[in-house]
Design a protein around this ligand. Structure first.
Ligand SMILES: Cc1ncc(COP(=O)(O)O)c(C=O)c1O
Length: 431
């Protein structure tokens, strides 16, 4: 039972009047704060300033003597492949290091499957009347955006504490040939913060699929983005797929967008050698090679995985206090009221927040009317439709702490206000 349900009518009305007055006070402050996207803050970007000028004019050759100023090397320079293979836990022949965006790699890979199919496809996906993807939700809105853009039907899969509902996934994948893929953000998931358990990873790798060319799109964007000294462990899905006899089932993605610079980092895709060799040939139709100078810059700046990991600890030192502030405000204002639930991730960029059913859109709208932009309610679900209208993605990294505090104080007020309005309406005390 919620705290609101336990209040007598008069007490509830008085509570509502106080909350409404507090809300008007916030509106008078004329805030203008943006918490809509998971962007690093300026202080985090400063950590990588050295990247900009770490290459001397004479320093342009990769380890194998290639002139990085020139065309070529579609799969990346050897030392970048070495570093990225450590991040994705592959061999250097199971990886391509590419341009600045892993999302672009995902998008293009699906377009290739639609136009030409994978090596093990009976036909290009465009030749099927319908293609479907499984979408564990709440999930990453841009994955869902790619599906919508490319006309792929999305099926919502519920999350459980250790990953997607695998009973649901296995049943659907085994029986429907038009289900060609599943989106997974397996570590510190966007937005739930969940890291898939070993059992979930093994079941994904081993499950029988009706579509012979079924693929897992394993977006490991937050593989190394820990917030604690005791990071979550994620099983290597490529190894699991090989062990289960499905070596070509998975494509894994990551980038240094939230390690160095979003938009000016390096992106990577890992998969079986067969998949990687096929993809290299496909990519050669698209580009004569990636920005190898940027790859070289990243190597000079970070040197090796240990260099990347110490950078990630510096990132954590900046953003952990922001997560802690959000947790503390949520606990103080909403902790005992039973009107909301939220995740407490060990890494990544987001906190997943659930209001009472039917409240999320109103909370986001109320926050916007008082000057705080949040990620649109519903965007964490396929087609922007949250069936229970309750999930909100909180992105604490971008604002400075004092602004974050103001934004979150408004947020918890909006949650209380909307929940109280709903309870008053339920009792017929508010139209
Ligand atoms: C899960 C996930 N994948 C991919 C991206 C974008 O990655 P990139 O900058 O490499 O395109 C993001 C950015 O927020 C993300 O949260």
């Amino acid at each position: 039972m919620t705290q609101l349900e336990m209040m007598a009518d008069a007490e509830l009305q008085e509570h509502y009047a106080t909350l409404s007055q507090n809300y008007r006070n916030f509106q008078d402050k004329k805030l203008k704060l943006d918490m809509s996207r998971g962007k690093p803050c300026a202080e985090q970007l400063d950590l990588s300033s050295g990247l900009i000028d770490c290459l001397q004019p004479t320093d342009y050759r990769s380890a194998d003597g290639i002139d990085c100023r020139n065309y070529g090397g579609v799969d990346g320079i050897p030392e970048a492949k070495e570093l990225c293979s450590r991040i994705l836990e592959t061999t250097t022949s199971e990886i391509i290091v590419s341009g600045n965006s892993s999302l672009a790699l995902m998008h293009d890979l699906i377009v290739r499957a639609i136009l030409h199919g994978f090596p093990d496809s009976q036909t290009a996906w465009k030749n099927y009347p319908k293609i479907k993807f499984l979408c564990p939700s709440p999930g990453y809105d841009r994955h869902f955006g790619i599906c919508e853009y490319l006309g792929i039907e999305m099926i919502t899969i519920h999350y459980q504490s250790a990953g997607p509902d695998m009973d649901q996934v296995e049943k659907l994948v085994a029986q429907d040939e038009s289900i060609k893929g599943i989106w997974c953000v397996p570590k510190y998931s966007n937005p739930t913060g969940i890291t898939y358990s070993d059992s979930v990873v093994k079941r994904l790798a081993a499950m029988p699929a009706k579509a012979g060319d079924f693929r897992i799109f394993w977006d490991n964007a937050y593989a190394i983005h820990h917030l604690t000294d005791t990071p979550d462990h994620l099983l290597n899905i490529l190894t699991a797929c090989k062990q289960a006899g499905h070596p070509d089932r998975v494509f894994m993605f990551a980038s240094t967008s939230k390690v160095s610079f979003p938009g000016a980092g390096i992106a990577m895709v890992g998969a079986s050698e067969a998949n990687i060799n096929w993809l290299k040939k496909q990519m050669l139709q698209q580009t004569i090679g990636p920005d190898k100078l940027n790859q070289l810059r990243h190597i000079r700046f970070f040197k090796d995985l240990a260099g990347v990991e110490s950078q990630m600890r510096r990132h954590a030192a900046i953003i952990k206090p922001k997560f802690d502030l959000v947790f503390s405000l949520l606990e103080t204002h909403l902790g005992s009221k039973h009107i909301a639930r939220w995740s407490k991730p060990n890494g990544g960029y987001f906190i997943s927040f659930d209001t009472l059913p039917g409240c999320a859109r109103k909370v986001v709208a109320k926050a916007a009317q008082a000057g705080v932009t949040l990620t649109a309610a519903g965007s964490t679900y396929p087609y922007g439709r949250d069936p229970e209208d309750k999930n909100i993605r909180i992105a604490p990294t971008l604002p400075p702490l004092p602004e974050l505090q103001q934004a979150m104080e408004l947020f918890v007020l909006c949650v209380q206000l909307v929940s109280t309005e709903q309870e008053l309406q339920r009792r017929g005390l508010l139209p």
